[in-house]
Ligand binder design. Sequence first.
Ligand SMILES: [Zn+2]
Length: 92
Amino acid sequence: MTPDRDTQPPSPVECSEALLRVFEYLDGEMGLEDQAKVRAHLDQCAECFRQYDLDQMVKLVVKRSCAEVQAPVRLRSTILTRLTLIQIESTD
Ligand SMILES: [Zn+2]
């Protein structure tokens, strides 16, 4: 951490690493120290922060669509139950 390092833009390696870890960060699978590192990079780097924003949005959409999966699952079991009933009836 030299003073002149702060004036330089983040290197692509740092950015790609930060972006790779954003997923871990969002999943909460990260240690507190690493979390702080990614957070610090996101605070400094507008490019990565935009990507982080996007990832967060994707996560929200995925979460929402996962919640909606409940309905088709229930529907499928209803259909399966009906199919079973039809099979039982047809064996008579
Ligand atoms: Zn970056």
